[in-house]
Write a protein that binds this ligand. Structure first.
Ligand SMILES: *Cc1c(COP(=O)(O)O)cnc(C)c1O
Length: 222
């Protein structure tokens, strides 16, 4: 099981130089990760803690692991010591436990606030109002071991490109507001766009995209 290196190189070449590509390796075997690693890739994303921890334990130490999936607070301890960036901080519970575990691990963890931009009840995330509230008036001082470095969002599952693009535009606007509140030096990462919609995300200013199936082929399960 190897990654599609042709697709990988084509995507790399097409991306702006300041755009980070996170290869979403969930449900993929370690061999697929190793093949991209051999091609020089270092940023990988997983959405389940068990899988993330198991893969990280057996793969090179210089991989930057991105946690992108729904977080159960009782599993945070398993990735807090090594995770590079947590994209899916979607509720206050997660902030609270993540702070505790970052302190325990003796580090500051970079996080993104996940924002609910889709017109679907099922997609997790803070509302735009909640994000502004968190960024305002030193609320984040309660979490000294966490550093909010940006925002993450997922668009609706729809064929309607206009709607998807509008949702990304909404997140980009919120991103600029967060930059105004916390400073552009701190708030740098706008994580939006996947295999099916990354071009729309880039057009709206994404500087990190999370791409799975385009690089690894279809997943056997969801
Ligand atoms: C699975 C997943 C992706 C990648 O999806 P593809 O359509 O395979 O590119 C990106 N972001 C999140 C949060 C995911 O769960």
């Amino acid at each position: 099981m190897s990654a599609d290196l042709t697709a990988y190189r084509a995507l790399r070449d097409a991306l702006p130089g300041d755009c980070t590509l996170v290869a979403v390796s969930k449900f993929q075997p370690v061999e697929a990760i190793e093949s991209l690693y051999a091609a020089g890739h270092r940023d990988f994303g997983e959405n389940r803690v068990q899988e993330l921890a198991a893969k990280a334990a057996g793969l090179p130490q210089d991989i930057r692991w991105h946690m992108i999936g729904r977080i159960q607070t009782n599993k945070i301890r398993e990735f807090a010591p090594f995770v590079h960036l947590v994209h899916s901080v979607d509720r206050l519970d997660v902030l609270t436990v993540l702070q505790k575990e970052a302190l325990r691990a003796g580090r500051v963890i970079n996080i993104l606030l996940q924002v609910h931009i889709a017109q679907e009840e099922t997609k997790a995330g803070f509302s735009p109002q909640e994000v502004l509230g968190l960024c305002a008036q030193n609320v984040l001082r309660a979490y000294p071991n966490l550093r909010v470095v940006g925002l993450m969002g997922m668009a609706s599952m729809t064929e309607n490109r206009t709607q998807i693009r509008a949702e990304f535009a909404q997140l980009a606007t919120l991103f600029r507001a967060a930059q105004e509140q916390l400073g552009v030096n701190q708030v740098r990462v706008l994580s939006m766009g996947m295999s099916g919609d990354y071009e729309l995300a880039l057009a709206e200013g994404a500087n990190l995209i999370r791409v799975g199936s385009l690089l690894f082929g279809a997943r056997s399960s969801k």
